[in-house]
Design a protein around this ligand. Structure first.
Ligand code: NAD
Ligand code: 6OD
Length: 491
C-alpha cells in the first residue's frame, strides 16, 4: 500500500479463496462526511492474472462438473447465507454509498438474496431446446441443444446499487456453471468483498468467484477485460465505458452484455390519478438520490395539469429529508463522490445560464451535524427547458428532472422518444387502452404504466440504443451465460 490515510479498514482482493494484498492502495471516502472510510488494495496485472487463472482452474474442477440441481442448491444456500449476514451487508452498502439504511435493507440487500433464489429456480426449470425433424423417406432426426457454461466471466459493476447489480450478474453466472472475476466499482468495494467471504462460508469452492479491486483504464478493470483468459464480459455502467470495453474485447471477439446509461422519460396525461402520479414521479426521480439508471430525468406533462403537477412535485421534493443513513426519517443520501457532485452541479450551472426556472432545489445544502464535508445536493426540479437543452439530453444521474408540457399523445411519444438512449419510460393515465398503446410506442427496454421499477425477475431487463446490448432476467440472463451445443442424431 502506498497511500497514507487515517482509515483503518483494509479491503483486500479475493483470489482463489484467499485475501490478497494489492500492488498499491487508494482511500475510499464516506460520502456522507467526506472522511476516509477504508483503504482499498488495488490489484495489479499480476493479481488479475492470478484471479483469472484461479477461475479457470475452478471451472475445470468439481464446480464445472456439478449438476444443475446441485448448483441450484448452492445458490439457495448462498441466499440463506446473505440473509444471515443481512445487517453486515447493509452496513457495508450504507458505508460506501451513504444511502438510507431503510433503502439498503428494503432494496439492495433484500434483492441480493432474491437474485440467488430467482436464478436457482430459473436454472432448475430450464429445459432443452429440442426439435424432431421429419426427413424425406419417413426418417427423422432428433436435434437437442445442450447448454454449457460460457466459461470464465468478467463481471464489472458500478457504484449505485453495488450489491444488487453484482448479484444480478453473479447469480445467473453461477447458476449456469461459470466461474467469475468481479471488479466492483472503486467507489463501492465493501459489499463485494464481504459477499466474497459469504460465498465461501456458503460452501462455494475457492476460485469460483474472485474479486479484484481497482479502477478502469490502466487498472484492474482494463487488465481484466483485456485478459486473454476471459470468455465474456458482463458490464453495468456508463455508456462511454461500455464503448471502451467493447473496443478492448473486439480483437478477441468475446461476447458482451451491457446495461448502460439512460435518460428516461415519464409522460403524465391529464386523466392520471395525480396522487399516484406525483408519488410515483417523486420516487422515480429521487430514489437513491437519482442514482438509478431507471430514474426519470424528463417529465412530460399534458398542458392542462402542468402547473398543478409542477407545484405538487416541487412540494414533494422539498419534503425529502437529507441526513444520516441510520436516521429512519432520512429519505435521501448524498451523491457518491465529490467528482460526481461536480458533474451534477455543472448541469445546475447550465440550467441557470439558460434562464430556465428552478422550481425547487438547485443548491448544495447546509446540513450541519458533521455532514457538510459530504457530497450532498438538493433534490431539484426545473421548468422552462426544452428537448434541445443538454440537461434534457444527457444523463445527469442525480436527483433532478425537467418538467416539459405537451399537447397531444403523439407529441408526448415523440418527445419521449427524442433521445439516443432507450432504457425505461413510465406513462401515467387512467385510460388503460391508451396506457398500453403509449407504453408499446416507447423505444425503450422497459415501459411502465402507472408504476415504476416494478417487475418480475424473469422479465427482460435492459435497454436499446445507447442504453445497452442484450437483456438480463430469467432465461435472458442464462442465454448470455451459456453456450449451446446442438446435437443432431439421425434416427
Ligand atoms: P462507470 O462506467 O464509470 O464504471 C462502472 C465500472 O466500470 C466501474 O467498476 C469502473 O471501475 C469500471 N470501468 C471504468 N472504465 C473501465 C474500463 N475502461 N475498462 C474496464 N472497466 C472500467 O459507471 P459508474 O459511474 O460506476 O455508474 C453509473 C453509470 O452506470 C450510469 O451511467 C448509469 O446509468 C449506469 N447504470 C446502468 C444500469 C443499467 O442497468 N442500465 C444500472 C446501473 C447503472
Ligand atoms: O433491479 C434490477 O434488476 C436492476 N438491474 C436495476 C438496475 C438499476 C440501475 O441503476
Amino acid at each position: 500500500m502506498t497511500s497514507s490515510t487515517t482509515a483503518t479498514r483494509q479491503l483486500r482482493n479475493l483470489i482463489d479463496g484467499e485475501l490478497v494484498d494489492g500492488i498499491s492502495g487508494f482511500v475510499k471516502l464516506d460520502p456522507t462526511t467526506g472522511l476516509p472510510l477504508a483503504e482499498v488494495h488495488e490489484a495489479g496485472r499480476h493479481q488479475v492474472d492470478r484471479a483469472v487463472a484461479a477461475a479457470r482452474a475452478a471451472l475445470d474442477g468439481p464446480w464445472g462438473r456439478m449438476t444443475v440441481n446441485d448448483r441450484a442448491t448452492v445458490l439457495r444456500r448462498i441466499a440463506d447465507a446473505i440473509e444471515r449476514r443481512f445487517d453486515d451487508l447493509v452496513a457495508a452498502e450504507v458505508g460506501d454509498t451513504g444511502k438510507p439504511e431503510t433503502l439498503a435493507r428494503d432494496l439492495d440487500v433484500a434483492r441480493a438474496a432474491a437474485n440467488f433464489r430467482a436464478f436457482a429456480d430459473v436454472t432448475a426449470s430450464t429445459g432443452l431446446d429440442s426439435y424432431l425433424t421429419e426427413l424425406p423417406g419417413g426418417r427423422q432426426a432428433l436435434n437437442y441443444a445442450v447448454r454449457k457454461p460460457l466459461g470464465v466471466v468478467a463481471v464489472i459493476v458500478p457504484w449505485n446499487l453495488p450489491l444488487l447489480l453484482l448479484t444480478w450478474k453473479l447469480a445467473p453466472a453461477l447458476a449456469a456453471g461459470n466461474t467469475v472475476v468481479v471488479k466492483p466499482s472503486e467507489e463501492t468495494p465493501s459489499s463485494a468483498t464481504l459477499l466474497g467471504e459469504i460465498l465461501l462460508e456458503a460452501g462455494l469452492p475457492a476460485g469460483v468467484v474472485n474479486v479484484v479491486h481497482g479502477f478502469g483504464p490502466d487498472s484492474a478493470g482494463e487488465f481484466l477485460t483485456s485478459h486473454p483468459g476471459i470468455d465474456g464480459v458482463t458490464f453495468t455502467g456508463e455508456t462511454s465505458t461500455g464503448a471502451a470495453i467493447m473496443r478492448t474485447v473486439a480483437p478477441r471477439v468475446r461476447p458482451v452484455s451491457f446495461e448502460l446509461g439512460g435518460k428516461n422519460a415519464a409522460v403524465v396525461f391529464a386523466d392520471a390519478d395525480l396522487d399516484a402520479a406525483v408519488a410515483g414521479l417523486s420516487r422515480s426521480t429521487y430514489l437513491n438520490t437519482g442514482q438509478v439508471c431507471l430514474c426519470t430525468e424528463r417529465i412530460y406533462v399534458e398542458r392542462p395539469i402542468f402547473d398543478e403537477v409542477a407545484a405538487r412535485l416541487s412540494e414533494s421534493a422539498a419534503r425529502l429529508r437529507l441526513g444520516r443513513p441510520d436516521n429512519p426519517a432520512t429519505t435521501t443520501g448524498p451523491l457518491i463522490s465529490q467528482q460526481h457532485r461536480e458533474k451534477v452541479l455543472s448541469y445546475f450551472e447550465l440550467v441557470q445560464d439558460s434562464g430556465a426556472t428552478v422550481l425547487t432545489g438547485g443548491r448544495v445544502p447546509t446540513l450541519g451535524d458533521g455532514l457538510d464535508g459530504g457530497f450532498w445536493i438538493e433534490p431539484t426540479l426545473w421548468a422552462g427547458l426544452d428537448n434541445t437543452h443538454r440537461a434534457v439530453r444527457e444523463e445527469i444521474f442525480g436527483p433532478v428532472a425537467a418538467l416539459i408540457p405537451f399537447d397531444s399523445e403523439d407529441e408526448a411519444v415523440s418527445l419521449a422518444n427524442d433521445t439516443e438512449y432507450g432504457l425505461a419510460a413510465a406513462t401515467w393515465t387512467r385510460d388503460l387502452t391508451r396506457g398500453h398503446r403509449v407504453a408499446q410506442r416507447m423505444n425503450v427496454g422497459m415501459s411502465w404504466v402507472n408504476t415504476w421499477y416494478l417487475r418480475d425477475l424473469r422479465s427482460p431487463f435492459g435497454g436499446m440504443g445507447l442504453s445497452g446490448v442484450g437483456r438480463e432476467g430469467g432465461h435472458h440472463s442464462l442465454e448470455f451465460y451459456t453456450e449451446p451445443t446442438n446435437v443432431c442424431v439421425q434416427l
